[in-house]
Design a protein around this ligand. Structure first.
Ligand code: ADP
Length: 445
């Protein structure tokens, strides 16, 4: 390149000198003409070169690298090389930016809150979850001091102490739920705050504790009675009448414990097993028949009993679960309805294709405020009545589980002094009409 440029320059200067000499010869000053011609052509060359360099410089000063000036030779190659270098650098920057975007998107998608703060505890960046956890507005609160925005003393103290080996659990600043926060230091005094909403976990843990406490309490009472009687029997000589009385009470207490353990096992089984199949069809008539037999035995003639409908229907589900659910509802109706009352068990189709088994009684009814809590484990409106009649407090939670496992629900309506209706509602997917059944048999009371 250098050689070509040198030769071109020399050629141009020689050419200029020759032309100058020819013109100078005609004017009788050939030497001066040659010198002037050489100087002019050198100046023209220098100007042309400067102009091309200026075009390149103008382009480089511009904001964009597009539209590179087209040139040949030395300046052309220089423009091409500069442009290539710039494009490579731009592609590298774009790739880095994309990597950063992907990285931030990944953190954004995290189910946990991520918040970065600098050494002055000012917010550098946060994902949406963290903003929600701490009640922040990501744009407005950027570069604000976190402790000015989240003023919960436990959180402020935790950040100030600077000992982050253990996570901090505190009530969410929005007044909602419980947050668990973990802090990790990085870089030059920067901190990464990771937050997790543990409200559900806490609630489940509280429920588990309550459940264990309730079960222990329910078992301890009959056990205490039994232990007392065992001691009495082993220490004191009892008459036959007294012995019989003691044995009757002991049998009642063991029955109570057996009932409780039975219900606990049923619940555990319901929670631990897969949902009943949707393609095993059971005749509702058989279910109603068995419910009627059990109800008659339980009531022992103390109530008027009606069982109706379902002769044309089938349910897809588990017969033991459904029998246990309806059995529990009927059992409750019998136990809570005073003698002489009426209990009806009815199968009904609903307009949307679903169906319900309704158990209606003329018992004491339940005040409205208790209704939402009735299906909670061990929730009783009248504890002593429940226990006296062999209740465990788990019946309705079993019914609710069975209903949910069949895609249905339990629906309770009640009026104090008039009676209650408990409906086991089954979705259209799990009920169908039996083919070939003409009339609906009604089971007489
Ligand atoms: P329990 O074993 O105590 O009957 P359940 O879970 O079956 O437990 O019922 C919860 C509570 O709902 C009962 O303790 C009772 O107070 C109330 N209850 C249930 N069924 C009836 C009913 N048919 N009539 C009045 N109260 C009822």
């Amino acid at each position: 390149m250098l050689l070509i440029r040198t030769l071109t320059t020399m050629l141009a200067v020689l050419l200029g000198a020759a032309i100058g000499a020819a013109i100078g010869g005609a004017l009788q000053v050939p030497t001066a003409g040659a010198a002037l011609g050489a100087a002019l052509s050198a100046a023209a060359l220098a100007w042309w070169d400067t102009a091309r360099g200026e075009t390149l410089l103008h382009w480089l000063r511009g904001p964009k690298i597009g539209a590179v000036p087209r040139a040949t030779g030395w300046w052309g190659e220089m423009a091409y090389r500069i442009e290539r270098g710039l494009r490579l650098r731009e592609a590298g920057i774009e790739a880095e930016k994309q990597r950063l975007r992907d990285f931030l998107d990944a953190i954004e998608a995290s189910p946990n809150g991520v918040l970065m703060i600098d050494k002055g505890d000012q917010i550098e960046w946060s994902n949406g979850v963290a903003a929600e956890h701490f009640g922040l507005d990501r744009e407005r609160d950027h570069r604000q001091r976190i402790t000015n925005l989240v003023r919960t003393p436990a959180f402020v103290g935790y950040l100030q102490r600077g000992q982050f080996e253990e996570a901090l659990v505190f009530p969410g600043p929005n007044g909602r739920g419980t947050l668990m926060v973990l802090v990790r230091a990085y870089g030059d005094g920067m901190k990464l705050i990771l937050s997790q909403d543990i409200t559900e976990r806490e609630r489940a843990e509280a429920m588990r504790r309550d459940f264990v406490a309730n079960v222990s309490h329910e078992i301890r009472t009959p056990l205490t009675v039994l232990a007392g009687f065992v001691e009495t029997m082993s220490r004191l000589p009892l008459s036959e009448v007294e012995r019989q009385r003691v044995l009757t009470v002991m049998t009642q207490q063991t029955d109570r414990m057996q009932g409780l353990v039975g219900d606990l096992l049923t619940l555990a089984q319901l929670e631990g097993s897969p949902r009943p199949p949707v393609d095993r069809w059971l005749a509702v008539a058989d279910l109603m028949q068995r419910v009627q037999v059990d109800a008659l035995a339980l009531s022992a003639g103390r109530h008027a009993l009606g069982v109706a409908g379902g002769g044309d229907a089938e349910i897809a589900g588990s017969d033991t679960e459904l029998l246990s659910a309806v059995g529990n509802l009927v059992n409750n109706a019998v136990r809570y309805t005073p003698d002489g009352g009426r209990i009806d068990v009815a199968w009904r189709w609903r307009d949307d294709g679903s169906a319900e088994i309704a158990v209606t009684d003329t018992g004491p009814g339940i005040a409205r405020e208790h209704l939402p809590r009735l299906t909670e484990r061990f929730y009783r409106v009248d504890g002593s009545r429940s226990r006296e009649t062999g209740g465990t407090g788990l019946g309705l939670s079993i019914v609710k589980h069975v209903a949910q496992r069949h895609g249905g629900a339990i629906d309770i309506t009640s009026e104090v002094g008039k009676g209650s209706t408990f409906k086991l509602v089954l979705p259209a997917l799990r009920v169908r009409r039996r083919t070939g059944v003409v009339a609906e048999p009604v089971h007489p009371a």
